[in-house]
Design a protein around this ligand. Structure first.
Ligand code: ADP
Ligand code: GLC
Length: 519
């Protein structure tokens, strides 16, 4: 007789284990489990419709993982110009929400699309606010009407719930652009029976972006002056959309354990650390996942040749094809380093600039794909001219090229000053591209130092305060590169890591249950 072990997990709540020996079966839904939840995931960016960084990736992958666990999850974002350009089917729903912004009522037209044909995605259309190049800004800087745009969007999210007759148990908000939603639920909408059982969860993806604006926007948001206090939305004289969320959300999360501790300190707290310490009881850290449907060299249609832990040959083909595409003169034994990144101080770009000459003395080539601060773009453009054979900077945001660079390179550099989670290093691991990173935030939680003697670990870590050791650390990695067997083991250690979203989605489901249990 064969004995089965059946472990039932629903909505993250492990409920029952029946005895077994051989087979472990995970059941998504069983009648005695916690009920599936109605979840509205509100985000300013959602891949493949709109993306400037990792938040876009998270906002598609997490809802899909929650859906797989049996929840009714839906996503909402603004209908930017790039949504139309994404070449995905979206259609008008014939529903319009009326959103008060100061003395005027602004209409928002609802459109609908899908993620992977399963998760509904709603778009709030208002061309005056969203039909322009860029999500939050353009070459001139941040859009000056960002406060109006995201006051409108935040309130439109709540109006859309009513128009769609979708009563969420949880509204999961992300970053400052959605920060007013938790505040509305506790103020303007506090007595609204439609939201009587709705709780809010707010995820901090980056404390460095806070949405702090002049106090004159408070009446524009239709918020009462009694919230403009130290305990409320006031932050050093400004009206802070981020603080609104930190104060009023039922639960707060951030995207790695280490970052959830770092942000409580003045060093990483961007002056919000005391607010966070005050609300520490409702804060937790849940490590992001990597979406292996999108990022796996065994199935990736963007790259020259498929490969995986069982056969690494395709990686060489990817490297050759990339070198050809970028006109890099690369001998087969020359290691190729890469960065795929927003060009902002957060990413440690100053360290790269300061040490660039020293780095170029190494026997290696480097490719950087990035967009952001003009001063960095200009610096790297100049280096293109100086090192035409061994360095290539590509300015801009190119999704397909990002895959090709990560697949075709040998090492990924990520010397971030702070990194809430970081997805690029997780993708790099799966592609056998060895990360060299600063030991902060999610980088510390996802990369383990390689020990060639024991053959353990997945990458190389710089101590946070030891900037002077950046190039020596890269050199240490490069010295191992010619040792084919050692390097192969290092690559395989990384490729076998599993950061799939399933685990994180279970943590979120448990957190939602806790939020619902709160008043
Ligand atoms: P962050 O969200 O801080 O930018 P993450 O590592 O979490 O950092 O996520 C970055 C995401 O954005 C990854 O999917 C990465 O491939 C992508 N990305 C960053 N810069 C570019 C670029 N210039 N072109 C294409 N993709 C990019
Ligand atoms: C932010 C962070 C990054 C994180 C991403 C998704 O942009 O900078 O570390 O991975 O959000 O959570």
């Amino acid at each position: 007789m064969v004995h089965f072990t059946i472990k039932c997990v629903a909505n993250g709540v492990s409920s029952q284990t029946l005895t077994t020996n051989h087979v472990a079966v995970e059941c998504a839904t069983l009648p005695f489990m916690a009920r599936p939840l109605n979840i509205l995931f509100a985000s300013p960016e959602v891949y493949p419709f709109a993306k400037t960084g990792g938040l876009g990736d998270v906002s598609s992958a997490l809802p899909l993982a929650l859906k797989q666990q049996g929840h009714d999850v839906r996503v909402i974002l603004p209908k930017y110009r790039c949504v139309k350009q994404a070449k995905r089917a979206i259609k008008p729903m014939g529903l319009t929400v009326a959103v008060p912004v100061g003395p005027v009522t602004v209409p928002g037209e609802l459109h609908e699309g899908r993620l992977n044909r399963s998760v509904p995605v709603y778009f709030v259309g208002q061309d005056g606010f969203f039909d322009r190049e860029g999500l939050y800004g353009d070459a001139e800087g941040e859009f000056s009407d960002n406060p109006e745009r995201f006051i409108f969007f935040s309130r439109a999210v709540l109006e859309a719930c009513k128009a769609l007759d979708f009563q969420p148990d949880i509204i999961h908000c992300n970053d400052w652009q959605t920060g007013l939603i938790p505040c509305y639920l506790k103020t303007e909408f506090a007595g609204d029976v439609f939201f009587k059982n709705t709780r809010s969860v707010f995820s901090i993806h980056n404390l460095g972006y806070q949405g702090n604006f002049d106090e004159r926007y408070l009446p524009l948001a239709h918020l009462p002056w009694n919230v403009f206090t130290l305990e409320g939305v006031e932050f050093y004289g400004y009206f802070s959309f981020l603080k609104a969320a930190l104060v009023y959300a039922d639960r707060l999360t951030t995207v790695s354990k280490t970052y959830s501790k770092e942000i409580l300190t003045p060093e990483y707290g961007f002056q919000m650390d005391s607010v966070l310490r005050h609300h520490q009881g409702k804060l937790s850290g849940i490590l992001n996942g990597a979406d292996y449907e999108e990022w796996d060299p065994q199935t990736d249609s963007c790259i020259k040749a498929r490969y995986g832990p069982k056969s690494l040959k395709g990686k060489q083909a990817c490297k050759k094809s990339l070198a050809r595409k970028l006109s890099l003169k690369l001998a087969e034994q020359t290691p190729l380093l890469c960065m795929v990144t927003r060009l902002s101080p957060q990413k440690g770009i100053d360290l790269m600039v300061q040490r660039f000459g020293e780095l170029m003395e190494q026997d290696a080539a480097l490719v950087i794909l990035g967009a952001g601060d003009k001063r960095y773009e200009m610096f790297f453009e100049e280096q293109n001219l100086k090192y035409p054979k061994r360095f290539r900077f590509i300015q801009g945001f190119h999704e397909k090229l990002a895959h090709q660079i990560i697949a075709g390179s040998d090492l990924l550099l990520m010397p971030s000053l702070y990194e809430p989670c970081g997805l690029t290093q997780m993708y790099a691991l799966r592609y056998g591209t060895v990360p060299v990173v600063r030991r902060v935030g999610g980088l510390a939680d996802t990369i383990k130092a390689f020990n060639p003697k024991k053959n353990t670990g997945t990458g190389f870590l710089l101590k946070p305060t030891k900037a002077s050791e950046w190039v020596p650390l890269i050199k240490k990695a490069l010295d191992l590169y010619p040792r084919k067997q050692v390097w192969r083991s290092l690559m395989l250690n990384g490729m076998q890591q599993d950061f799939s979203w399933n685990q994180a989605a279970k943590h979120y489901a448990r957190l939602y249950q806790r939020a619902l249990a709160s008043k």
